[in-house]
Each structure stands twice: as structure tokens, then as C-alpha cells.
Design a protein around this ligand. Structure first.
Ligand code: ARG
Length: 462
């Protein structure tokens, strides 16, 4: 016997090179608590099916708990001879309860249904952790939006001044996608929860009368897979998780980029808190947005993890293939990346201070009230095509003279168009402009306050 899980038909052990290639304990060891929980549920199913005596079952449960306690104490380790977490834990269980009792556990299951199930259980736990961290970030954004009240800023399209908006409105535009990511994780979880792969065996199902539904319920799943081949071979649950984590990375990086811009001398819209920014080893004056930059950078690796995984899955024939062992490292990395990134990012956002005077000063600049002139003309009965033309002419005159729209005189306005009576001045203020955008989802202060309440309501629903 080679000491492997599959030694029986082999005359000699694997080459050291194969061992080195095959070994996965350095990354799958973190699945230990899930593997032990799966084994405990499987032992109960064997017991229910009459395949384990009460005594043997009790002894197996004791042994599994003992391993769990040693793992929690940091006192359980794989051996270099172990191929993966499943093999290592079997070896350790045999040492704990003896080969006769320990050797009964493997009946009716395969590492193929085991790994698919416990990887799901692992990801479900981390999905919940990541959701909570994303909600913390949404909370921080909501707090900032609340504190900013009716403060205004230049709203941009193409990074050019477009129309004034409330800063709170702009900030909350980053919160909604994050809430959708949380909803995506909840949708994903419901799909994953419905299908425990345990009981699929290697691919064809189990012959021993074990009840997959019992094991599923035991492990917190709502049901078991309808097809054992699908249960052992499919990894769309991993890819979907990798997508949502990549999307979170992308959504966070969009806000990160704005923080990086806002904290430049040229923008000067916001200042980072000392504890959430870094200095330079050579330039004493520097205050760098490292958290935001790391968020922007790490979104790249989250995307890479998703692309790499999809490439691994593409074209795999049914059922289990060893390629599938490559499903774990990318997603472990995505989990680790977000779990370290999000708390730092949230702290940075929560402690950001806004230069509202500067933002208000810039809000009307760059002719951002030109649309308001056009829409005022429409309300005066002028067709929009002409109104657009007239407002554009106002901008051209201002550009020639190096002034802003509100600096045009009544005579200037009338010279541009007979429709531009002095009443147009009413809309030539940032306050007037934002107050006019009263439709649902618009930037009018009353609407933005409603939006904040709606956002906070959605947070508490999750
Ligand atoms: N460690 C493997 C994985 O992560 C599970 C083992 C299945 N191996 C096998 N030869 N059937 O996918």
C-alpha cells in the first residue's frame, strides 16, 4: 500500500514530481472545517442507513470533533505526503479513531462530491462576509451623503462639466451598484443553497441507500442536486461568485478613481484623513491615496481571477476532471482580496472630508447651466431644437468674452434671441438648476433626501 487514498491497484508510489504537482494542501487546507462538517453529515447518513453501529458512529463523530478542535487551535497540519485536504483529514482521522472505525467513513462518497459540496459551503460563508462588508461601505456613503446636505458640485459627463448636481446625489450613485452586488450575492446564494452535490459520489450517485437530502439539510442546503454528473462537474457556482466579486472590485474602483481625482491639487474637492492615506519616503509634502489606488489595482486581479477560471472551465468534458482543482486558488484570492480591501476602503470613505465651498464655486462654471437656459425656453414655448441653438449661442458669446452665463446682461441676452427675456435669469443659478430637477431619481434636494431614505431602507432589508 502506498498510503494514498487510491493505493490498491498501484505497485509503486507516485514519483516525487507528480506528488509535487498534484499537491493542493497548501491552498485547500482552509477548507478543513467544511470537510469535517461534510464528514460528520455523511457519517450521520451512513448511520441512518444502518451502515454504522451506534458505537462506531459516536466514535467517528468524536474523532471529527477532536480534529475540528485541533484545527481551531492551530494544531492540525497536513503532511507533505498528503495530496489534498480530504486525504490529509482521512489520514488524521484514522490516527485519531483507528483504521477500523475511521476506514468506514469513506463508503458511499467520493472526493468529487465532497469537494463540490464543501467548496459551496465555504463560498456561501464568505459570500455573507463580503455582503456585510459591502453594506458597511454603503452605510459609509449614506452617512457622507447625509452630512453633505444640499451641497452642490459640477456633475460631469465625458469628465467635462455637464450639469450641477448635489454631492450627496453623486455619492449615492456609487451606493446603488454596490447594493445590487449584495443582491447578486443573495440571488447566487439561493441558487447554490438549492443544490448540495453530496451523494453524487464520483459521478453516478451512490448505491448504499444514503439520503442526499438528509446530508444537504444537515449542511444548511435546501436541497440536493437532481443530477449527480452535474453535481460533481459543474462549477458555474464558482464562476458566478468570481463574477460578483469582480463586479464589486470594479464598482469600488470607480469610486476609487474619483477619490484619486478629487484629492488632487487641481480638483481639491476632498481631503483624505491622515490615518487613511500615506506619505512619501522622499517627498515630505506628499499625502497619497494608496487605499484608492490599491482598490483600483486590485480590481484588475479580481477580473483576472474570473477570466482565468472561465478559461479553465471552457470545453471540459463531463464529469469530474482534475482541471477542476484549479477552481480554488483564484476564488480564494478574490475572497482574501475583498476581505482585506473593503474595510480599508470603507474607512477611507467614512473619513473623507469634502471641500464644499470649492465644489460649489465650480458647479456653475464651464457653462453647466446651458441646459437650464434651453429648458427655460421650452417652458416659454420655444421648440427645443431652437432653444438648444440659442443656449449654444449664449455659450459661444461667453467663451469669446471669457465670462460665465450669468454674467451676460439683459441686453446681451436679447441680442442673442428675442426669446431671452430677463426672466431667464431665474434659472441661471445652481440652486435654481438643481431645485428644478424634481422628477424621481433627480438631483432636487427634496428628491435626494427621499433617495437617501430609500437607500437606507434597502440597506436594512439585506
Ligand atoms: N483535490 C481535488 C479538487 O480539488 C479533489 C480530488 C478529486 N480527485 C480525483 N482524483 N478525483 O478538485
Amino acid at each position: 500500500n502506498t498510503g494514498k487514498l487510491w493505493g490498491g491497484r498501484f505497485a509503486g508510489g507516485p514519483s516525487p514530481e507528480l506528488d509535487a504537482l498534484s499537491r493542493s494542501t497548501h491552498f485547500d487546507w482552509r477548507l478543513t472545517p467544511y470537510d469535517l462538517a461534510g464528514s460528520a453529515a455523511h457519517a450521520r447518513a451512513l448511520h441512518t442507513a444502518g451502515l454504522l453501529t451506534d458505537g462506531d458512529h459516536a466514535e467517528l463523530q468524536r474523532g471529527l470533533s477532536a480534529l475540528g478542535e485541533r484545527f481551531a487551535a492551530g494544531d492540525l497540519h497536513p503532511d507533505p505526503s498528503d495530496e489534498d485536504v480530504h486525504g490529509a483529514l482521512e489520514r488524521l482521522l484514522l490516527a485519531e479513531v483507528g483504521p477500523d472505525v475511521g476506514g468506514r467513513l469513506r463508503a458511499g462518497r467520493s472526493r468529487n462530491d465532497q469537494v463540490a459540496t464543501l467548496f459551496k459551503a465555504f463560498l456561501r460563508d464568505h459570500g455573507r462576509t463580503i455582503s456585510a462588508l459591502v453594506l458597511d461601505l454603503v452605510d459609509a456613503i449614506a452617512e457622507q451623503a447625509d452630512a453633505l446636505g444640499d451641497a452642490v458640485m459640477p456633475g460631469r459627463t465625458h469628465l467635462q462639466h455637464a450639469q450641477p448636481v448635489l454631492v450627496a446625489h453623486h455619492l449615492m450613485a456609487h451606493a446603488w451598484p454596490l447594493l445590487r452586488d449584495v443582491a447578486r450575492l443573495a440571488d447566487w446564494d439561493a441558487r447554490v443553497a438549492a443544490e448540495s452535490p453530496y451523494g453524487s459520489g464520483a459521478l453516478a450517485g451512490s448505491t448504499l441507500g444514503l439520503d442526499p437530502e438528509q446530508v444537504a439539510a444537515d449542511l444548511g442546503f435546501n436541497g440536493s442536486v437532481a443530477n449527480s454528473i452535474d453535481g460533481t462537474a459543474a462549477r458555474d457556482f464558482v464562476a458566478e461568485f468570481a463574477f460578483v466579486t469582480a463586479m464589486i472590485g470594479v464598482d469600488v474602483s470607480r469610486l476609487a478613481e474619483e477619490v484619486i481625482l478629487w484629492t488632487t491639487r487641481e480638483f481639491d474637492f476632498a481631503t483624505l484623513h491622515d490615518s487613511w492615506s500615506t506619505g512619501s519616503s522622499i517627498m515630505p509634502q506628499k499625502k497619497n491615496p494608496d487605499i484608492a489606488e490599491l482598490a483600483r489595482g486590485k480590481s484588475g486581479r479580481l477580473i483576472g481571477n474570473l477570466s482565468g477560471l472561465l478559461a479553465t472551465l471552457k470545453g471540459l468534458p463531463l464529469a469530474y476532471n482534475r482541471d477542476l482543482q484549479e477552481d480554488k486558488e483564484p476564488v480564494f484570492d478574490s475572497v482574501d482580496t475583498l476581505e482585506v480591501l473593503l474595510p480599508a476602503f470603507t474607512g477611507m470613505v467614512a473619513t473623507l472630508t469634502f471641500n464644499t465651498a470649492r465644489m460649489a464655486e465650480l458647479a456653475p462654471q464651464g457653462f453647466s447651466l446651458a441646459t437650464d437656459i434651453a429648458e427655460w425656453l421650452v417652458r416659454e414655448g420655444v421648440p427645443f431644437r431652437i432653444a438648444h441653438e440659442v443656449a449654444g449661442a449664449c455659450v459661444r458669446v461667453c467663451e469669446e468674452r471669457g465670462i460665465e452665463l450669468h454674467e451676460l446682461s439683459d441686453a446681451d441676452f436679447l441680442a442673442i434671441s428675442e426669446h431671452l427675456t430677463p426672466g431667464v435669469r431665474d434659472v441661471l443659478s445652481v440652486e435654481g438648476s438643481v431645485a428644478a430637477r424634481t422628477g424621481r431619481g433627480g438631483t432636487a434636494p427634496a428628491r435626494v433626501r427621499e433617495q437617501l431614505a430609500e437607500l437606507r431602507g434597502s440597506v436594512t432589508e439585506h
